[in-house]
Design a protein around this ligand. Structure first.
Ligand code: PHE
Length: 460
């Protein structure tokens, strides 16, 4: 039987359910896999410092903007822009978000597939006993270069994602996130406690947490801003769609605050696990790290088997960790697929199931070169295909989307109208003037300048 459209949308059961679902979208491989890589590539603590500032000043600002646009319009980003400013080209920002979402989904699912593969390996007992960094590195390289394995796991991830999305947002996402996110959180805290008690962990911690301001440059800031957008699922309409399911009773400001806070905390803890483990295992100094260590897309997959092997009950820990990582990744892939799907359902009146399947297939095809680019097949370019996709869609178009969403809210819809929407469900907005300044000037100007700098530097 067909479900009428109106039933296909639905609301979150409560504010807390929304926070879990939105954090479920935000917390994922972005915080646990991508953030440490960015830290490693961009000078350590100075990157962490820029990332925290970016989340506070830009991430929170755009998060609240997206939630507000979503709840006001009760639509996806394309629909919302058409609803608020009909007949204007603003809806193009929504289309850019849809393309970005599909492209990120394609390579993100490859990494989620690695997590699935690692769960399988852990269950089979591949990481038992004392496990060195070198051994772990060899396991990763072999696995990522096995074309059959990575493609099968990529396929599996997209099938699960498509299945959940085709069932509709409420039963799909809410149920999973509510139970599992807190468990992941506890597990990460336990692992980070183990990591900081390793001998020699101090060097890793100081690389990670003691900023060397001489290492600052605009590249670091660019990647920090990009990471803030990526990890908070901003700039492509995910939070707009999620906001469209929030009820008028709920407080948008504190919801946005909680999602930013919990995501940043998980990212920071992931680094606390990975860097002490790395510096301890390879007995590195920060200078040696900068000179000799090659940070690869496999950083997280190299580090976790090592730290897990150092836990009492490591086998069970490993299974729990990789299961939860997989689920965290799935709650994020689900939110990516929700963006194009809700567009086709709401605007084009497609059936949810058909929309989800079509986009799932496109993401799979697009994901193949990324899946094979980590050693499986030699490509013409020297750069890794996945890295290029991530640079374009994980940094540039997300940040550009964030700029355009800010400009849309501030200058087309107008700040005072959005403040009216925000005030429904939240009595006081303490940071009102700061947010107004940020959405009108800081976020669009700073991010635009950084984007221009990067484009000039790399292309011209
Ligand atoms: N925020 C997710 C993560 O960190 C990734 C994501 C990006 C999800 C953009 C949706 C949209 O894992």
């Amino acid at each position: 039987m067909e479900t009428p459209d109106i039933l296909e949308r639905g609301n979150w059961g409560s504010k807390i359910a929304f926070i879990f679902a939105a954090s479920g979208s935000a917390i994922g491989l972005g915080s646990i896999w991508r953030f440490p890589i960015m830290v490693g590539l961009n000078g350590g603590a100075i990157f962490v410092f820029c990332y925290i500032l970016s989340v506070f000043f830009i991430g929170f600002t755009v998060m609240l903007a997206e939630l507000t646009i979503g709840r006001h319009s009760q639509k996806n980003l394309v629909g919302a822009m058409k609803f608020i400013k009909p007949g204007t080209p603003w809806k193009g920002v929504g289309f850019m978000g849809i393309i970005t979402g599909i492209c990120i989904l394609s390579y993100y699912s490859v990494v989620a597939g690695w997590a699935a593969g690692y769960l399988y390996k852990t269950i089979k007992g591949a990481f038992m006993g004392e496990f060195t960094w070198e051994a772990s590195d060899a396991v990763f390289k072999k696995f990522a270069a096995d074309p059959m394995a990575v493609l099968i796991f990529l396929f599996l991830i997209l099938v699960i994602t498509t299945f959940v999305i085709s069932k509709g947002v409420k039963i799909g996402i809410e149920r999973w996130s509510k139970i599992l996110m807190p468990v992941l959180f506890i597990l990460i805290i336990i692992l980070s406690l183990r990591a900081v008690t390793l001998p020699g962990s101090g060097t890793g911690l100081s690389f990670y947490l003691k900023p060397d301001f001489s290492g600052f440059n605009l590249n670091v800031l660019f990647f920090a801003v990009g990471q803030a957008f990526f990890s908070l699922s901003l700039g492509m309409g995910t939070m707009t769609v999620y906001g469209s399911y929030i009820t008028k009773k709920d407080n948008l400001i504190s919801s946005a605050g909680w999602v930013c806070f919990s995501t940043t905390l998980v990212a920071l803890l992931a680094g606390i696990i990975i860097f002490p483990t790395l510096f301890h295992s390879l007995q590195l100094t920060p200078e040696q790290f900068k000179q000799d260590f090659e940070v690869s897309t496999g950083l997280m997959f190299q580090a976790f088997p090592v730290i897990i092997s150092k836990m009492p009950g490591g086998y069970i820990f490993g299974i729990m960790f990789f299961s939860l990582l997989l689920i965290a990744a799935l709650t994020s892939t689900i939110s990516m697929l929700e963006v194009p799907t809700s567009y086709l359902v709401d605007e084009k009146k497609w059936k949810r199931k058909n929309a989800a399947i079509l986009i799932g297939i496109i993401a799979f095809v697009l994901g193949i070169p990324s899946a094979l680019s980590n050693g499986g097949v030699k490509f013409l370019t020297k750069l890794n295909f996945m890295t290029i996709m991530d640079l374009i869609f994980g940094n540039i178009t997300l940040a550009l989307g964030g700029v355009l969403i800010s400009l849309f809210l501030a200058y087309s819809w107008k700040v005072r109208n959005s403040l009216n929407e925000i005030s429904i469900g939240s009595k006081r907005f303490k940071l009102k003037s700061l947010w107004t300044f940020n959405i009108k000037y800081l976020a669009p100007v700073v991010v635009t300048l950084i984007l221009i700098f990067i484009i000039i530097k790399n292309i011209i």
